[in-house]
Design a protein. Structure first.
Length: 359
């Protein structure tokens, strides 16, 4: 490392420095910089370079996010990207945007987490935390960042916010009697199929085999920036064909019969939206005096119904489109615990009948 003075024709004597260093990839390089008025300024600039730029990439977090989103958009579905962009815009950027990525420490992330915990539900907290960690992982992979501060700070929130709200069959029957006719088919199909609402809204006439009562599920509808986007299902295992019971098939047949000259690739529920369904779900629950639930809880109610009729867990996994049986058990394992208690009660009834008899 050298710091030396040199002569210029127009500015007189100035100072420059030269030093060797290894960049974040371990490659040896040399750095020269001139134009300093004093030796002190040259020495300070040299030290700053060695302490920061030569060791780690030092860009603003906002610039890193721009790079990350460009990378992410090329590899994910539009609706997935839209969700990520929303979390970043409203929950992550306001805190970190003006920070250099090398200044994002575990302590800084912990302060940010305190704000997130106050504003968001448990499952949303976990998703937002995961998005920040993904951005910093990108920086480690492509920008040479040495530490993921989000990982060091620890996680917040939960993967699932406890046990889901469900309706039993009798509660659903009371509810459906209070629903306007144009919405009945949608709710009946959701309850008796276990489909996700996006999958229901993406169904076309061609997806329904009325003769065999089968539904082909291979796409999903999402609302992105005010527009309907139809893309692939959540994952490969979500692409499936299921058979619906007579009550759901009859409701579908009746609904389709009132459509005006439906074409094969026309959406069956084109006039219905997620927001309209949620509104009608709340109104119907109030009118029927049953506990309020979310649209997605109709899927959980379907799974509960299958457990109640002692359906095999592997069948439930395939019907719901879960990628593994571990996911199914992780979500609905508690229902099997309750069913186990009912089984024990039935066994007690059998043994009561045998009292006094010799085995």
């Amino acid at each position: 490392m050298t710091i030396e003075q040199y002569e210029t024709k127009t500015k007189g004597k100035l100072w420059r420095y030269e030093c060797g260093y290894r960049d974040w990839q371990g490659i040896y390089k040399r750095r020269k910089q001139s134009g300093f008025k004093t030796k002190k300024e040259a020495k300070a600039a040299q030290q700053y370079f060695l302490d920061t730029v030569s060791q780690q990439p030092n860009i603003l977090f906002a610039a890193l996010v721009g790079e990350y989103l460009e990378y992410y958009r090329a590899r994910r579905k539009k609706q997935t990207v839209a969700t990520a962009e929303s979390y970043i815009k409203y929950a992550i950027l306001p805190f970190f945007k003006d920070m250099l990525i090398t200044d994002i420490t575990a302590a800084a992330v912990s302060r940010w987490q305190n704000e997130i915990i106050k504003k968001y539900a448990l499952t949303t907290q976990r998703q937002i935390q995961g998005r920040l960690s993904a951005i910093l992982n990108y920086a480690m992979r492509f920008r040479g960042l040495r530490m993921n501060a989000a990982r060091e700070a620890g996680s917040i929130g939960k993967d699932r916010a406890g046990r889901e709200q469900i309706w039993k069959l009798e509660e659903f029957n009371r509810f459906i009697e209070c629903v306007p006719m144009e919405y009945k088919a949608a709710f009946i199909v959701l309850f008796y199929s276990g489909m996700r609402v996006g999958e229901l809204l993406a169904l076309t006439i061609a997806d329904y085999n009325a003769a065999e009562r089968k539904l082909n599920i291979d796409k999903s509808l999402s609302r992105v920036h005010g527009q309907n986007i139809i893309g692939y299902t959540k994952n490969d295992s979500s692409r499936r064909v299921i058979t619906v019971p007579d009550i759901a098939a009859a409701a579908l047949d009746e609904y389709i019969s009132h459509l005006y000259k439906p074409r094969p690739y026309e959406r069956i529920f084109e006039l219905i939206s997620r927001d309209k369904l949620q509104y009608r779900l709340k109104r119907g629950a109030d009118a029927a005096n049953v506990p309020p639930i979310r649209i997605h809880d109709l899927r959980h109610s379907h799974a509960s119904l299958l457990v109640h009729i002692n359906e095999n867990i592997k069948v439930i996994q395939k019907r719901l489109g879960h990628s593994s049986i571990k996911t199914t058990l992780g979500t609905y394992g508690h229902l099997y615990e309750e069913a186990d208690a009912e089984t024990a009660a039935r066994l007690d009834g059998l043994t009561e009948q045998k009292k006094g008899q010799k085995f």
